[in-house]
Structure formats: C-alpha cells, structure tokens
Design a protein around this ligand. Structure first.
Ligand SMILES: Cc1cc2nc3c(=O)[nH]c(=O)nc-3n(C[C@H](O)[C@H](O)[C@H](O)COP(=O)(O)O)c2cc1C
Length: 303
C-alpha cells in the first residue's frame, strides 16, 4: 500500500502534514510522537523579529471548535535559524516554514532569510492573518494583492512556495487563481474563519482581541467546499485543511481534490492526531483494496 503524496516539487511519505500554529516549532511534539512518521509539519508563523502576540485571553472553545487570537506570537527568524532549525534539519520528514509579514517587504525579507538556511522543504506563505491586520488589509482578501505578493516572494526564494489562503472571502477560486498566476507552486486552505464569542454575564467579548479565528470540526464543511472549488480550477496542487480529526475526514478532502492535508486543532485534543490520521487513511485504503492513497485524489462522483 503506497501512502505517498506527490506535490510535484515535493514527495511526502504520507499525505498528512501538521498545520502551522498548532504544532509549535516541531520539537515540542517529540515526547508524544516520532516526527518522522509525519508527511511533514509546518512550523509556527515566523515574522522577521520576535513578536509577543495579542494580550490574553487568546483562546476560547465554541461548539465543535476553537476561536484563537494568538496574534502570531513568535521568536522571529534569527532565533528559529539558530536554535530550532539545526534540530530539525536531519529529520526524514518535510519541514515547512510559515512565512508572515506586516507588509510585503517583511514577507520578502523573511523568505530571503529562510532561503539561506538549510533544512527547509518549502515555504508556506501565510497571507491570511485573521488576527493581525485591520479587516481588508490582508493580501488574501484581494486577488490583485495576492498575485503581487506571491510574485515578489517567489522571485525572492528558490524554495517551493505554498500560498495559504483565507476563507474570509466570497470567491475563493479567484484568489486561488491569482496565487497560481503569481507563480505559487501550491495552495493550502483554509486558514481560520473570522469569528467572535461573548460572555453574556459581563457582556464583554471573550477574547481580548474581540475577534479571532475559528478552527476545528465546526469549519470542516466550509473548508471542504472551498478546497473543492479551488481544486476544480487550479493546475497547481491543493493542500486541504479545516477541522480534520480522523482519517475519514482527511479522505473527504482528498476526494474533493486535495493532494495532501493538514491537521491543526486536532493536535490540541490528541498530540498524536496527525500520525493516527495517516494510519487511518492507510487502513481506509487497505480495506477497500485501493493500492495508492493518491488514487483517491479528486475522485468525487458528481452523479
Ligand atoms: C492556535 C492556532 C494558531 C494558529 N497559528 C497559525 C499560524 O501561525 N500560521 C498559519 O498560517 N495558520 C495558523 N493557524 C491556522 C491553522 O494552521 C489552520 O489553518 C486552521 O486552524 C484550520 O485547520 P484546523 O481546523 O485543522 O485547525 C492557527 C490555528 C490555531 C488554532
């Protein structure tokens, strides 16, 4: 049984990647799992300089989901390159860095800096940032801004580029096509859905930031629809995510057209979730005599 996933620029041993911001920088999960059993993992979002993130409370549970407003707290690229990357470099799994920026120049600077380091399989361009910028300022909200930024970052790095899209748009396919036009090697989606929760006793927002990003099973049907819409239009590979908790959930995304999937919120419930989900995809295929997991990609029957 062949579980590998071919993204063209990168071959993964299985289609399951741990999602950015839910898996630390990787070593945090070493006590729980063998990182080499993952198809890959995406490290926490990196800005150029360290950032404290938003003030607490920054996380709230909702029915079947989680709203976070971490605000991309992080150690910055220099500390990542000095302290973390040397520990990840020799792992037999794809290590992907999540690139953030307050403006286009910072995105380019982060991508250039990381491209000079050894050990990264790809960059994931996080243009979706629900917790940072004022509404409307996120590149992923506009096809033109997406195309422009992707083209600039692509020109600044020899590494494969995965562009991570926001669900907070009405027409996901137009943003996905703009990322493809800009030269991205793949797209990943979805990032979190803009959301809020209110404490009715105090009548205050439950998050200090007021709004945050919703993730977990609550978002899965929306994510699946967007992955299907993007995959139906793009030539570049699509990596799907949003509420995947089990192998069957992952198979839904693969049938919708995703060549690989990412697992986020599930890591908080079960730190071994991504490894378990890969094993469950394998069992799913074995039980149905499907020789290669990749045979399931985009096999949705329309009638
Ligand atoms: C606490 C938390 C932090 C996150 N931080 C990042 C981040 O740094 N960069 C990023 O691109 N996405 C970030 N995300 C979004 C996830 O990578 C993923 O796109 C989203 O949670 C949907 O998948 P899920 O429902 O499986 O969690 C974060 C999500 C959570 C819950």
């Amino acid at each position: 049984m062949d579980l590998s996933a071919d993204l063209g620029f990168l071959r993964l041993k299985n289609p399951v990647i741990a999602a950015s911001g839910t898996f630390g920088y990787g070593p945090e999960f070493e006590p729980f799992i063998n990182l080499e059993k993952l198809g890959g993992f995406v490290v926490k979002g990196l800005y150029f300089d360290p950032r404290p993130g938003n003030p607490p409370p920054r996380l709230v549970e909702t029915p079947s989901g989680l709203i976070n407003a971490i605000g991309l707290q992080g150690i910055g690229v220099r500390a990542f390159a000095e302290k973390i990357l040397p520990r990840l470099r020799d792992l037999d799994t794809a290590v992907i860095a999540n690139v953030c920026g307050a403006d286009d120049e910072e995105y380019v600077a982060v991508a250039e800096f990381l491209s000079r380091e050894k050990g990264l399989a790809a960059l994931e361009l996080n243009i979706s940032c629900p917790n940072i910028r004022k509404e409307g300022a996120c590149p992923a909200f506009s096809p033109d801004a997406t195309r422009r930024l992707v083209a600039r970052v692509k020109a600044a790095t020899p590494l494969p580029l995965i562009t991570k899209l926001s669900p907070n748009v009405t027409d996901i396919a137009s943003v996905a096509l703009a990322a493809e036009d800009g030269g991205t090697d793949a797209v990943s989606l979805i990032n979190t859905l803009l959301a809020m929760a209110i404490d009715v006793e105090t009548r205050r927002p439950k998050l200090a930031n007021v709004y945050g990003g919703l993730s977990g099973p609550a978002v899965r049907p929306v994510a699946l629809r967007m992955v299907h819409q993007a995959a139906s239009r793009l030539r570049v590979p699509v990596i799907g995510m949003g509420g995947i908790m089990t192998g069957r959930d992952a198979v839904e995304f693969i049938i919708a057209g995703a060549r690989a999937v990412q697992v986020g919120t599930a890591n908080f419930v079960d730190p071994a979730a991504a490894v378990r989900i890969a094993a469950e995809i394998e069992s799913f295929c074995r039980e149905r005599n499907i020789p290669r997991a990749a045979d399931l990609v985009g096999t949705l029957r329309s009638s």
